[in-house]
Design a protein around this ligand. Sequence first.
Ligand code: ZN
Length: 604
Amino acid sequence: MNNAFLKVLIVVVLLTSATLVGIAQDPPPELPAGLAALRGGASQDPQPYEKVITKDAKTKVGIFKVHQVKDKYYFEIPKSEMGKEFLWVTQIAKTTNGVGYGGQALGNRVVRWEQNENKIFLRNINYSVVADSTTPISEAVRASNNDTILMSFNIAAFGPNNESAVIDVSRLFTTDIQEFSARQRLGATTMDTNRSFIERISPYPTNIEAEATHTYTRIAPPAGLPTAPPSPFGGGGMNPGSATVVLNYSMVKLPENPMMPRLFDERVGYFSRSTIDYGREEQKAVQRTFITRWRLEKKDPNAALSEPIKPIVYYIDSATPTKWVPFMKRGVEKWQKAFEAAGFKNAIIAKMAPTKKEDPDFSPEDARYSVIRWLPSTIENASGPNVNDPRTGEILESDIQFYHNVMNLNKAWYFLQVAPLDKRAQKLPLPDDLMGTLIEYVCAHEVGHTLGFQHNMKASSTYPLEKVRDREWVKKMGHTPTLMDYSRFNYVAQPEDNIDPADLVPGIGPYDEWATMWGYKPIPNAKTPDEELPTLNSWALEQDKTPWLRFSTDGSAGSDPGELTEAVGDADAVKASTLGLMNLKRVAKTACSGNYNRKRNAIR
Ligand SMILES: [Zn+2]
């Protein structure tokens, strides 16, 4: 570098600094309310602990202490939890009619609390790009994926011996933070902070639950435009005016000892999580995809069949009509059979959720509990999402939504498809034992999703058509190899086939047992996901000789002719449909007969 150039450089640096100083001296422009909230307000030095957490404070103890002083809420974050990773789950807990629905998820993200001098940052951690921390490139990966600061807080006080930091978190739950807000989901224009407040914040040993009431408004569109465009996320957008909803926030500590993930294989129907890994030997950044699954570890690793250290537990919502509870429990525990194929006994258990009187702190939104919620909704459906560790695919909890009117859908299906094969269905409404069986079927299917399974629409086409009419075959194998196909009730069977009515409804089939084995069976000597590959591959190859273990991905979009939905016996779809129509003609005859009350029993 020559002298003249150095001089020019110094002048440029000086000029730039002068400009910067000049800007710094200007009064800061007024920030929009939302942005000011994110910044943490004017800087103030920490106060003595007793001045902030006064003797009027109501304190609850959990992973963080939570103090309420008048209408302010404080987190007291212990030093030991700084820098640790948490999963932040936001859901709509309560809503007004027609706007979203209770239990609807608003997304989940990994966050970390970080101290920086007298400030605490809440950071969003991005796990879409990774590299092994022992490789030199991991530095660069970190440098190019700086984690976003979602909110900054002044430390209001330090706890005794500086072992904790106290921050006012009221803003976090009462202002519109895009990452946690329902505004976009509801199609609202703005959030009104004057009509928004914290309902409660409850800390538990490994998580914190918060509930806040938020009021959103939507401005009417100009005349001539439709008033409520459908929300791109489903669940219903709001109409012009206001809507007040209750949001639930769960901050769950992620395992400090992450589960060893299992690599995804397109031949087996698991949901998955992907990251781009820059720390590998393949001479390119590779996409690593892991299956989502629960962490099951054997109590006795040497036993062929062992109970797990921690079983998967589903709580049945106390709002569930009492007469359906035993069927819901059976729908969950049906899967025990599949886990036995993976070497686990009593791997999955259903329990009744406590009522508000029995345990006022029990909440279906609490991320420690997986709850099957019974929702008073006219939606004819059910859904089974899960919350999983983005680092490993470990399923941490799952709340299944069961809508009351899914019963109506199943009643219609069963009556129209197989009434001629089951005396109980020749009169409506269906008797409770039969409706219970249908509820059990829907429940088991949704539980299947929350165990990690995708739909396998190809499955029903892998059985030879004549076997679907064979009483002995369906007793043992079912009319479809899996609960995860949209293959409902066996409409291919004819009255003269004498199929046991109990076998007209899908149950745990050979694919379910095999796929559970593939994803959950421990591979004792493998110490890394890559070391599991030869075993996983040899298991997957069983599909070569056994067609009903095969799977087709959702992504193949109908390219496999076996992928028909709502189909039974679609190895020969024309023949199967002809047989189905023969049953439908019998149904029409019953429906038109004099002893059938058309008005009362109308199928809608
Ligand atoms: Zn499904």
